[in-house]
Write a protein that binds this ligand. Structure first.
Ligand code: PGA
Length: 252
């Protein structure tokens, strides 16, 4: 059975102190609750090791929001997958549309990052999604299939089986405009079919596919009730514990 996952993506928000306070609050809120999904917090790099210490032994996992496409060496300002893993983080968000759009991350570069993440035992949360113009011209399925193919389809079945996919329509990110439950289900089913054609039914069935884009306490339950939506990647609503918690509880 594939995992249900609710992952927060703090993006470039929170000082170290604020991030620690948020992770402590979340940990305490989850302590005495039964939850039916895995919880991940995607923090800025500098928070990783401190947040990992705070949440150790709890139900919360820690993700970086990026890693370098090189193993180590003279790459000033970069953070490698092995450095991320050494903090206690166990996931890494890769291919987020903001990285693709503002930092020119190409499919080839992401392929390298995915491989390094996997070889350092990090679980990649690999993001795909179309921009508004692509949806309006009905190219969204082709765009998403190409993003999957160009960065992930050279992986072995065994390696691909470790990946979590996040479908994030770019027009829904931070805009307050969510994909409808039907639009999300339609794309998630398409992604699963694309993965089944490449890696086989069993692997596709076991792959968690998360929805991201203005997901919040008000719409999470409806989105997550779709058969192919296995949870969410949450930006804005992950920045406050009392907004993030109901999204986690949408699986209860
Ligand atoms: P949002 O961001 O929830 O603020 O729309 C989602 C994301 O970019 O992962």
């Amino acid at each position: 059975m594939r995992k249900k996952i609710v992952a927060g993506n703090w993006k470039m928000n929170k000082t170290l102190q604020e991030g620690l306070a948020l992770s402590k609050e979340l940990k305490e809120l989850l302590e005495n609750k039964t939850i039916n999904c895995e919880v991940v917090v995607g923090t800025p790099y500098i928070h990783l090791s401190e947040v990992a210490k705070v949440v150790e032994g709890s139900k919360i996992h820690v993700a970086a929001q990026n890693c370098a496409n090189k193993e180590s060496g003279a790459y000033t300002g970069e953070i490698s997958a092995s450095m991320v893993a050494s903090t206690g983080a166990d996931h890494v968000i890769l291919g987020h549309s903001e990285r693709r759009a503002y930092y020119n991350e190409t499919a080839e570069l992401l392929k390298e990052k995915v491989e390094l993440a996997l070889s350092n035992k990090l679980i990649p949360i690999f993001c795909v999604g179309e921009v508004l113009e692509e949806r309006e011209s009905e190219k969204h399925f082709d765009v998403v299939a190409k993003q999957l193919k160009d960065s992930l389809f050279e992986l072995s079945k065994e390696d691909f089986a470790k990946i979590v996919v996040a479908y994030e329509p770019v027009w829904a990110i931070g805009t307050g405009k969510t994909a409808s439950a039907d639009q999300a289900q339609e794309m998630h089913a398409f992604i699963r079919k694309t993965l089944a054609d490449k890696f086989g039914e069993e692997i596709a069935d076991n792959t968690s596919i998360l929805y991201g884009g203005s997901c919040n306490a008000g719409n999470a339950k409806e989105l997550f009730s779709n058969p192919d939506v296995d949870g969410g990647l949450i930006g804005g609503a992950s920045l406050e514990a009392d907004k993030f918690l109901p999204i986690i509880e949408a699986f209860n």
